[in-house]
Design a protein around this ligand. Structure first.
Ligand code: ATP
Length: 641
């Protein structure tokens, strides 16, 4: 158990012992053997004194202390877990309050930068501020307030920062929706999916989810699954089916999924593929696959215009520890809506015209639902479109919605821009800042700041507690391993108790061939056939080196692992009880070793020396895996020299 460097000498014969052994004449026994009755036959054969050593240096009280330490550690880990849970609750509460103040339906606006194909006007008709956007046309001035307006130079990262709180809300168990809305070609797909160089919200969200999953700061475990579908011409099409090469009308089975709502109001789409995503690589693979089969076509406005609403669902499964055994599932919807468009402008005809009509109809239904929710109307018209039916349990009570309105900077798009901004204004859940008295506005901002501070503190504290839990768990598992080794030793001891008399009896029954390893210089009178050969001596010397080496590595390994944990875990290493235990253990080990050494020497001269041979099964060999820890194992002197 707690070995010291000196202990390795326990198993080695001292010079005196060697001398005393040499001084015994062959066939005689030392005085100390007087008490043992002679066994017939023993005197006929040359009596080889042997030394037995006992390397079991784990006294009973130390094992009990170890058990106590494990018990204490388990208790303290549980307390830390409770603390972490309450900190997480505190953080969650603060986040909910922030989101409630901001509104359960938040609206942000992003203005797309000019593209190479855009015609730029000298006169600016769109003026943007951090929270407002003003559209100016001759005789018209329209101002729209938003929680945030992203200017043309805003990066994908800037946008994602605003999405993160809603992501945390999803991780906390809420159903949430991030919806990109806007005219064709304004950057909805760019914002949601992005490019390889500039990843959008969805790939960043996946990365963030897995980052959170790996974080040790959780008192729960997380798993995720992914589904992707598009609402195309009023039909649902699974984007993750094995061979999704069809258009909606070509494969009715997977292209016309049905939506079910259970008694609790939870929505499920029958037959929709839901793939588990154990890691980011798998998630990215499925996501790329789903994206690649989305229906797009060329229009006057966008050469790869999305002709459908694309919905990506990440289901978050959250399982707490034993006290919170029930698994919770929440949905994170990422919705890239089809472009809102005036059909004449896009040059749509035939199928594309029908697609545009279908998109517009469902967008209008979505607007109605959001407006009804905002006004807290008794009836919410979810059933008016497939899109709103699917999102029913993620738009209503307890859910959070983030709507990103994408607009074009071009003058030719002004009418569309005003339509999109009006849609978002209708959807906003709270009164805009402009309509709020200054005093109230300030109070609101201050409250949000305080809550953010609370959230940050709780997060930091929870992180620290998470680290403490991790360190305590390492320490606990080390101590458990030590204890299990100890019990293994005890079991072995129980299985094979060996009294000196038994040893003696067995020695008598041992075939004489076993005596091969006895050295001639120990007993000059040994017959030549009983002495070891040069090869066997070399083997034994190698075996002995291995024995010593193993013992040393075990001891140093054991100690270093404890020191590692102790130095890592401030809370436990600094704990007076733990310090005392380690100190005590080391002291006791040394004490035990010294005692063993003192005890063993006379023992060698007593009963053991009368036994000249043990069967191989009772001997410790270099290849014995239990050698490092065998209690009371006995080694014959003759095997070591
Ligand atoms: N913020 C931006 N920065 C750089 N390029 C952008 C940005 N937003 C959009 N674009 C570019 O504008 C073009 C149209 O964008 P995108 O396809 O995302 O529009 P959309 O709104 O999804 O259109 P549709 O509704 O027809 O699918 C793309 O070439 C895209 O790379």
């Amino acid at each position: 158990m707690f070995f010291s460097a000196e202990e390795e000498q326990i198993s080695l014969p001292s010079e005196n012992a060697m001398e005393s052994l040499k001084s015994y004449p062959m066939g005689s026994s030392p005085d100390s053997l007087d008490g043992i009755s002679p066994v017939s036959g023993l005197h006929d054969a040359p009596t080889i004194p042997a030394i037995y050593t006992d390397v079991n240096v784990v006294p009973e009280h130390e094992k009990n202390e170890l058990k106590q330490l494990i018990w204490n550690l388990e208790g303290e880990i549980e307390l830390l877990r409770q603390k972490q849970r309450s900190l997480n609750e505190k953080r969650k509460e603060a986040l909910n309050k922030i989101l409630d103040i901001k509104g359960s339906i938040r609206a942000l606006c992003r203005v797309r930068p000019f593209l190479l194909t855009d015609k730029r006007n000298i006169r600016e008709h769109i003026v943007t501020g951090p929270e407002k956007i003003v559209v100016k046309l001759p005789g018209i001035r329209k101002e729209f307030e938003f929680e945030k307006v992203f200017l043309q130079e805003a990066s994908q990262e800037d946008v994602f920062v605003e999405v993160e709180p809603i992501l945390k809300s999803a991780l906390d168990g809420h159903n949430v929706c991030v919806i990109a809305y806007g005219q064709t070609g304004t950057g909805k797909t760019f914002t949601m999916d992005g490019t390889n160089e500039k990843p959008g919200i969805l790939p960043r969200a996946l990365k963030e989810l897995f980052h959170h999953q790996a974080s040790k700061n959780n008192s729960y475990s997380l798993t995720f699954s992914l589904s992707m579908l598009e609402v195309y011409m009023g039909n649902l099409r699974d984007l993750l089916v094995p061979k999704p090469s069809c258009r909606a009308y070509e494969a009715p089975t997977k292209c016309n999924l049905t939506i079910q709502t259970d008694s609790k109001g939870l929505v499920e789409i029958e037959g929709l593929t839901d793939v588990p995503i154990p890691d980011l690589a798998t998630a990215s693979w499925w996501y790329t696959k789903g994206r690649s089969v989305r229906s797009t076509s060329w229009t006057n406005v966008n050469e790869a215009s999305s002709r459908s609403h694309c919905l990506t669902r990440i289901t978050i499964y959250r399982r707490g520890d034993a006290s919170e055994a029930k698994e919770q599932a929440s949905k994170l919807w990422m919705v890239d809506l089809g472009g809102s468009e005036r059909l004449l402008k896009t040059g749509a005809a035939g199928l594309t015209l029908d697609e545009g009509r279908a998109i517009n109809l469902s967008l209008s239904a979505l607007g109605d639902v959001i407006a009804a929710l905002r006004k807290k109307r008794g009836h919410v018209p979810y059933r008016n479109s497939k899109l709103t039916q699917i999102l029913k349990d993620s738009l209503g009570d307890g859910s959070k919605v983030l709507m990103l309105v994408l607009v074009s900077p071009c003058e030719k798009d002004v009418a569309e821009t005003i339509c999109s901004l009006s849609f978002a204004k209708r959807a906003r859940a709270i009164e805009s800042n402009r309509e709020m008295p200054d005093e109230l506005k300030k109070q609101r901002e201050k409250r949000i700041m305080l809550l953010k501070e609370d959230m940050r503190e709780a997060e930091e504290e929870s992180q620290k507690v998470g680290n403490q839990i991790q360190k305590a768990e390492i320490l606990l598992s080390e101590n458990k391993s030590l204890l299990s080794i100890t019990y293994k030793l005890l079991e072995e001891e129980v299985k094979a108790p060996m009294s000196p008399q038994e040893d003696l009896k067995e020695a008598i029954e041992t075939p004489p061939t076993f005596k091969k390893g006895i050295k001639r210089n120990l007993c000059n009178s040994l017959p030549r056939f009983m002495t070891s050969t040069e090869a066997s001596r070399q083997r034994k010397s190698a075996a002995e080196k291995e024995i010593v080496g193993r013992a040393r590595s075990f001891r140093s390994g054991t100690r270093s692992s404890i020191q590692f944990s102790a130095s890592q875990s401030h809370s436990y290493a600094d704990h007076p009880r733990f310090k005392a235990f380690l100190k005590n253990s080391n002291r006791k080990s040394r004490h035990a070793e010294t005692n063993t050494l003192l005890r063993e020497s006379p023992k060698c001269n007593e009963s053991d020396s009368k036994v000249d041979a043990l069967p191989r099964s009772k001997m410790v060999t270099a290849s014995d895996p239990n050698l490092r820890v065998i209690p009371r194992h006995r080694r014959r002197m003759s095997d070591l020299i």
